[in-house]
Write a protein that binds this ligand. Structure first.
Ligand code: ADP
Length: 220
């Protein structure tokens, strides 16, 4: 069906999340084997993905027929049906896959997935909810948090920095954050330097420990 190599990924479950994962992987140039148990879902995706198979992924023998054990990376994107999600991760783990990514709905669900062999558990709804909370409450225009408590945000500069260079504004000393880029309206982003000046209407990219970045983005 598909000859797995280091670039191939199997995605199990083509709901909203799994579908987006599969489609992005294809766009990034990867070969994707997509699996879903529902015929109409398989039908829907068959013109957008090259390899879409209708199968029940909780069935270890079906997975072995599909050669799942040959894949380096598998994404289990079944969420709502927790039993199917757990059994699928278990079957994929037993097939000997080295890197299993799985979507969880709740923290408890995530703990079980880790226990049965998922190497990476993601919580798309919770993660997006947190991101949106940051965007609606602060001056942040975009927010990315890494799992080690470090974040990067795109935000408007605080009033105290406007009309000053970054060296003069002393934002790192005062707030513990680093300005890494500045964007003038209608221009491209430039890397921040000590002599970069900040003007009204600019956008800045700031990095640092999440708490410091949040505090910084809340000041005006
Ligand atoms: P989302 O919230 O991202 O849409 P869902 O959990 O609703 O995620 O979707 C999961 C997808 O996984 C559905 O399309 C469903 O048909 C599929 N699925 C559920 N159980 C199995 C299974 N045992 N084998 C294969 N696919 C499954």
């Amino acid at each position: 069906l598909i000859q797995p190599d280091s670039g191939t990924v199997a995605v199990i479950g083509l709901g909203r999340f799994g579908g987006a994962v599969a489609e992005s992987l294809v766009r990034l140039g990867h070969e994707v084997l997509a699996i879903d148990e529902r015929a109409e879902i398989v039908q829907q995706w068959s013109d957008r993905l090259t390899h879409v198979v209708q199968a029940d992924a909780t069935d270890a023998s079906v997975l072995s027929q599909l050669g799942i054990g040959e894949f380096d990376r598998v994404v289990v994107a079944i969420g709502t049906d927790i039993e199917a999600s757990v059994l699928t991760v278990l079957a994929v783990e037993e097939a000997g896959v080295g890197e299993i990514w799985a979507k969880a709905i709740t923290a408890k669900h995530g703990r079980i997935l880790h226990r049965v062999g998922a190497h990476h558990v993601v919580y798309p709804e919770a993660a997006m909810g947190e991101r949106v909370a940051h965007l609606v409450t602060g001056r942040m225009i975009d927010f990315i948090e890494f799992d080690d408590g470090f974040a990067i945000v795109k935000t408007r500069p605080p009033a105290e920095a406007v009309g000053r260079t970054l060296a003069e504004a002393q934002l790192r000393t005062k707030y513990g954050v680093t300005v890494v880029g500045v964007k003038r309206p209608g221009e491209d982003f430039t890397y921040a330097r000590p002599d970069t000046s900040i003007a009204e209407g600019d956008l800045i990219i700031v990095s640092g420990p999440t708490m410091q970045v949040e505090t910084f983005a809340a000041i005006t």
